[in-house]
Every structure is written in C-alpha cells, then in structure tokens.
Design a protein around this ligand. Structure first.
Ligand code: PMP
Length: 418
C-alpha cells in the first residue's frame, strides 16, 4: 500500500477488515487470486445477517402473507410488514404505506410510468430525463410518450458529467408533467442535486421521480427533505437479495393512482356482476404473491447498513474514491470519464491502448471484477463518443489496497498492449 493509501485509510472511521468478514464471498479466491470485487454498481455482495435472515425465514416462518388465519401466515405477514416499516424509516417516508415493494428500480419506474404516467400524461405534454440516465429511467418514459403523443426532453450535461441546471430549467414549462432523474449516475458516479431539481420541477407543477438505485447504497436519503414525489431503488444494490426493492410515493399521489398489475391480493371485492374494487395503497400495487423473503432480507440489509452508519459509509467511500481517482488517473493513457465534483464511488475509464472488454478480461485474470460495457447508458456513451467504458464501482467493504491492486492491473494491461 502506498503512503497515501495508509494516510487516507487511517482517517476513516470504519473497521473495514471486520466488515469484510461479514461478507463470505469476499473470502473467495478467483482464478487463484484474492477476489477484488469492484462491480458494486451492478450488484453488491450480501452480509451474513442478510443470508441468515433468508435462512431463518424459510426455515421457521415460511407461509403466504396477508390472507392466512394460521399462525405461520400471521408471523410471515408481520415480518413482511415490519420490513416495509424499516424501508419507510430508511427513506424517512411519512408512513409505511408510502412504501410499495417492487422487484427493483426498473419495476418501480415502470409502475409509476404505467400507473401515474398513463393517467396524467396527454398529447403534447412533456417528460424530462437527463443525458446520464440508465435505460431503466429512459425506456419506460419513451414508451409512455409514444403511447400518448407526448415529448421526451433530455436535460444536458457538461464534459465532467454534471447536469446543466440552467439548461434543465429552460426545458421546464407548464407542459412538463414528470421529471425523472437519477440520484447518482451508475456510469459516472455523478450525484445530482435532486432537491434543487425537485423544487424547480414543482414550481412548474411537475412531479419528480428519483431513481435512487445508486443513491441509497452510498449516502443517507431523506425523501421528505428532497421533496421528491417518487423514489425507487433496488435491494440487490443495497446488500439485499435480488428481486427486492421499493418504490416510495407520496401518499396523496399513490392514492390517486390506478393499479398497474392486477390479480390476487390487490383487490377489495371481485364480482362478475359489479366488477372489481381495489385495496388501499400500498397493497393495491402488489398483485400476486410478493417476494416475501426478499422484503425480509431487504430489512436485514437496511439494519446492517444502519449498524455500519450511513454517514460513515459516505465519508469512507468518498476517501476511497479520491484515492482510486488519484492512482488510476495518474496512469499514462487512461482517461477517466465522469469527473463531477460530487460523486459516489464510481471510476469509469477508457484507455488509448486497449478496448474496455480486453481490459476487463485482463483484470479478471488478476481476480479483479470490474464491468466493461455501456452500463445500460448508451445515450451517455454517445455523448462521450465511446462505445463502452471500464467501470470500477466501490462499496464500503473495499479497501485502499484493492485500489492499488486495480492500478497494478491496469498497468499490466498497458504492458500487454504497448
Ligand atoms: N437505475 C440505475 C441508476 C441503475 O444503476 C440500475 C442498475 N444498474 C437501474 C436503474 C436498474 O436497476 P435494476 O436492474 O435493479 O432494476
């Protein structure tokens, strides 16, 4: 480890070595090398408490929820609804009923587009997204605009990957119905000023959806302070099981929204003669048997993150990001894509000498897991004029020594291709 690495590690408040022991996968060897897992923006590893929560649920409590009179069903329902409360507290929602369990950010955005979007957007209306959005926060809006004859506007960014707030403001008008913006970019790391973005949208009467897939794993989130109307995230990027996640929505908006998926569990009464009436929110949006264990695992992940400390996580990752940016940025022929002032732990880069996929393959041979590709942000790649980047994305269990290993791996790439 370099001197700088030792210095920066010493100011952090996290006991990272202890934390790493909570994540069994981090003890695995990959291709005979110690695993250096730097693909956290794609999915995070799971701590033992989450793994045990799933095991405990299936071993002792498994039953279908909400409809059972028997004790196991009541216990499972209690655990699931308790998990909803945990998510609500985690986001500082006003009440648990503002939390809808979904499969992840993608499903949450589709729910809002199909339910809220379809019921308010009309021909000639406008929806604003940004140039840096994930496809999951572009395509549902494109589809809605096509269906309704509405227009999708794109808020531009600068070369550093920061949203141009003045240009965004110019796009807003009384025609704007929805603004959909990422809390943090998965490809660049840029943290967007979502509170300011929401205020500006509200001044024009638009509602705001924040895609928090890369927000919640890295910083404290307070949906009431942001004053967003909707906030979505994926559990699997927050140390929780795949197929879990949440949509937060302001109660008065959720209440006015029609169901999207329909079927069992979301009804009040079904009659062939009189039709169907729907359950109250949030159950109205949870048709069918949900991922019960996923919700319970998500609550366990939230408890774990809270026990580490969200402010401490943000501070540690910020230090680690600075260090990674320095050791990678100083390598000849490396260009870092995404140099915003406010970033979460993402370092995207390209090299003069090698294609991102070749870089990814060589790093993999060193046991270093990074992602090479367009990161589901093709419009952003087009903006930077690159087909793909290599992305190292960090979590609080990563270390300064791992950043040194990454830098050494990149130098190896250079040797191979020069
Ligand atoms: N938005 C952002 C910013 C993301 O990073 C991702 C996942 N890469 C998504 C949305 C989609 O998340 P999921 O695939 O878990 O639904």
């Amino acid at each position: 480890m370099s001197t700088l690495a030792k210095d920066t590690a010493s100011v952090s408040t996290l006991d990272v070595e202890r934390i790493r022991r909570d994540f069994p996968v981090l003890q695995e060897r990959i291709r005979g090398k110690e695993l250096v897992y730097l693909d956290n923006a794609a999915t995070t590893q799971k701590p033992l408490t989450v793994i045990y929560a799933l095991q405990h649920y299936y071993a002792t409590e498994n039953a279908n929820i909400h409809r059972g009179v028997h004790l196991l069903s009541q216990q499972a329902t209690f655990a699931y609804e308790r998990a909803r409360g945990r998510v609500g507290q985690f986001l500082n929602a006003a009440e648990p009923s503002e939390v809808v369990f979904v499969r992840g950010a993608t499903e949450g955005i589709n729910l809002v587009a199909h339910s809220y979007g379809r019921s308010v957007v009309e021909a000639g209306d406008e929806i604003i997204v940004s140039q840096m959005e994930h496809h999951s926060n572009i395509v549902p809006w494109q589809v809605l605009c096509e269906e309704k004859g509405a227009v999708l506007r794109v808020a531009p960014i600068n070369e550093d990957g920061e949203l141009l707030l003045d240009e965004y403001e110019k796009l807003l008008s009384e025609r704007t119905k929805i603004v959909a913006i990422s809390h943090a970019s998965n490809a660049l790391g840029t943290i967007n000023p979502v509170g300011q973005i929401a205020d500006m949208a509200h001044a024009q009467g638009a509602v705001v959806l924040v895609d928090g897939a890369q927000g919640v794993p890295h910083m404290p989130v307070d949906v009431r302070a942001i004053d967003c109307d909707f906030y979505v995230f994926s559990g699997h990027k927050l140390f929780a099981p795949t197929g879990s996640g949440a949509l937060y929505g302001k109660k008065h908006l959720l209440e006015q929204m029609p169901p999207w998926e329909t079927g069992g569990g979301m009804i009040q009464r079904v009659s062939f003669e009189q039709g169907t009436t729907y359950a109250d929110v949030p159950v109205r949006f949870e048709a069918g048997t949900p991922h019960i264990a996923g919700g319970i695992g998500l609550a366990a992940a939230i408890d774990y993150v809270n026990s580490v400390g969200r402010a401490a996580i943000a501070q540690y990752e910020d230090e680690l990001l600075r260090y990674a940016t320095e050791v990678i940025g100083e390598i000849d022929g490396v260009r870092i894509i995404g140099t915003a002032r406010e970033k979460v732990g993402v370092v995207s880069f390209v090299m003069d000498s090698a294609h991102p996929h070749d870089i990814g393959t060589i790093l993999d041979a060193e046991g270093i897991a990074v992602r090479a590709g367009h990161h589901c942000t093709q419009p952003l790649m087009q903006f930077y004029g690159v087909p793909a980047t290599v992305r190292a994305s960090l979590a609080f269990y990563n270390t300064h020594a791992e950043m040194d290993a990454l830098a050494a791996g990149i130098r190896k790439v250079q040797e191979v291709f020069n």
